[in-house]
Design a protein around this ligand. Structure first.
Ligand code: ADE
Ligand code: ZN
Length: 330
């Protein structure tokens, strides 16, 4: 069997996926029509032509306005179900997925409609596709802190519907330590914590240090810049901290997939995982990300299996789901 076919058939876990980043052009147009939202585009080609970016900031300036088409609880459910259907078709057996509640609340959408809509899809995905999923609410680091505080207050009322709190968006001037009190509150409510330390951003090493030493994150999203600091690299290795890497996304926002460094980390025993980030925008779901890494870094079948073993081990799935997945991998 060739490696692409091996990768396609492999049972998979995805841990770094923004639900709003799965908004494919056809669904965007359908939701815009359904809700009477003028998005300035009427064809799939026009929507695709608007996807022009070469940095995290230029990507985010396209990404956030697109969310205006999401209005009702059913819209959030439909968006997440479309992702779960694609993921199940790629044999993703477990997924932990991000969403950006602050952005929706700031537009006047009720937090309840966002969380319950996405949660409806988690329940339906289990029923229809036999896959498990968890929701991670991200704090949007470049929006006002008071909004993040209000959203955490609200989210704690839905703590049984989510598995963790994350931190995403533009890192410039927005270090993880500014959110430490909110992560502490989330932890006290039994939630896990993960933080984006995007590849090659301003102050990435200092952000990694804060995430690892001050917040003591359960996972790092991206995080490959740990290779620049032997002390942080050792911390990640000895703690077994998971790194959720996204090669296709890296190539868009930095011009380099970072395949070599991802493979180097994997081969040195760091719990690296491979994921798709914002697949509707970057054009690759999890299989395409694995195939790209395989081609660029010459991964072996054993290494592809190891990536999935890492992913289930650093996931926040139940013991039962973990055992079932590991049995499927063998
Ligand atoms: N939000 C959606 N995708 C993101 C990314 N790659 N980095 C930071 N924030 C994001
Ligand atoms: Zn991300």
């Amino acid at each position: 069997m060739d490696l692409a076919a091996f990768t396609a058939a492999l049972p998979k876990v995805e841990l770094h996926l923004h639900l709003e980043g799965t908004l494919e052009p056809d669904l965007k147009l359908e939701l815009a029509r359904r809700n009477g939202v003028d998005i300035g585009q009427t064809t799939v080609e026009e929507v695709r032509a608007s996807y022009v970016f070469d940095s995290l900031a230029s990507f985010l300036s396209v990404y956030y306005p697109a969310m205006d088409v999401l209005v009702t609880r059913a819209d959030f459910r439909d968006l997440a179900m479309a992702y779960f259907a694609r993921a199940a078709a790629q044999n993703v057996r477990h997924a932990e997925v991000f969403f950006d509640p602050q952005v929706h609340v700031a537009r006047g959408v009720a937090l309840e409609d966002v969380v319950l809509g996405y949660h409806d899809a988690v329940v339906d995905a289990e029923r229809q596709f036999g896959m498990s999923a968890g929701l991670i609410a991200c704090l949007v680091r470049d929006l006002p802190l008071e909004g993040a505080e209000a959203v955490v207050d609200g989210l704690l009322g839905f703590a049984d519907r989510i598995v963790g709190i994350g931190l995403d968006s533009d890192e410039r001037g927005n270090p993880p330590a500014r959110f430490a009190h909110l992560f502490a509150r989330a932890r006290a409510a039994g939630l896990k914590v993960t933080v984006h330390c995007d590849v090659d951003q301003e102050d990435t090493t200092e952000h990694l240090r804060q995430a690892l030493e001050e917040i003591v994150v359960d996972r790092l999203d991206h995080g490959t810049n740990v290779v620049e600091d032997p002390r942080l690299l050792e911390l990640v290795r000895t703690r077994g901290t998971g790194l959720t890497c996204c090669p296709v996304s890296n190539a868009f926002v930095t011009g380099d997939s970072k395949a070599a460094v991802i493979a180097q980390l994997l081969r040195s025993g760091v719990r690296v995982t491979v994921n798709s980030d914002d697949p509707a925008y970057f054009g690759g779901y999890v299989t395409e990300n694995l195939v790209r890494l395989t081609q660029e870094a010459d991964l072996t079948p054993d290494e592809l299996v190891q990536l999935q073993r890492n992913a289930i081990e650093v996931s926040w799935a139940s013991g039962e789901v973990k055992e079932g997945f590991l049995a499927e991998l063998d």
